[in-house]
Design a binder for this molecule. Structure first.
Ligand code: DQA
Length: 143
């Protein structure tokens, strides 16, 4: 069975309590549970990981070359800063979906630029945590 890797970046472990007016009330556990449930429905296996560390995310993306058919990623603040994450994604051959819970294009100017968007096959922003489901359906459709 094909495996889809869900990666969440820094501060997303605090979902539910982190600025709920921006990110909503669902926790990361809720997001990962719903992602896994949808994966089962779509006939794929999912692996969910979160880290506050850029290098850890880079290593997981490198590992995904051997273990995952597609990546769904919310790189959080590293979206706007990380050439290292972009470089790692550029080594990955399968579909990549970028997710942002908030609409980064309607927020501060520094959030408008995404390095990850240079590689992502699709970017979903501003749909709340429903964006993860949209992204999963999208990448599975590309396999
Ligand atoms: C985010 C948007 C980023 O700008 C921010 O740094 C995050 C979360 C989102 O999901 O809306 O941590 O990626």
């Amino acid at each position: 069975m094909k495996n889809i890797l869900l990666l969440n970046g820094p501060n997303l472990n605090m979902l539910g309590t982190r600025q709920p007016e921006v990110y909503g009330h669902a926790t990361l556990a809720d997001v990962e549970r719903d992602f896994a449930t949808l994966g089962t429905e779509l006939g794929v296996e999912v692996t969910c990981k979160q880290s506050n560390y850029e290098g850890q995310l880079v290593e997981w993306i490198q590992d995904a070359r051997e273990t995952a058919a597609a990546i769904v990623m919310n790189p959080a603040a590293y979206t706007h800063t990380s050439v290292a994450i972009l470089d790692a994604l550029n080594m990955f051959d399968g579909p990549v979906a970028e997710v942002h819970i908030s609409d980064i294009y309607q927020r501060e100017a520094f959030r408008h630029h995404s390095y990850v968007a240079l590689r992502a096959d699709v970017t979903i922003a501003g749909k709340g945590v429903e964006g993860y489901a949209i992204a999963l359906r999208d990448v599975v459709g590309r396999l």
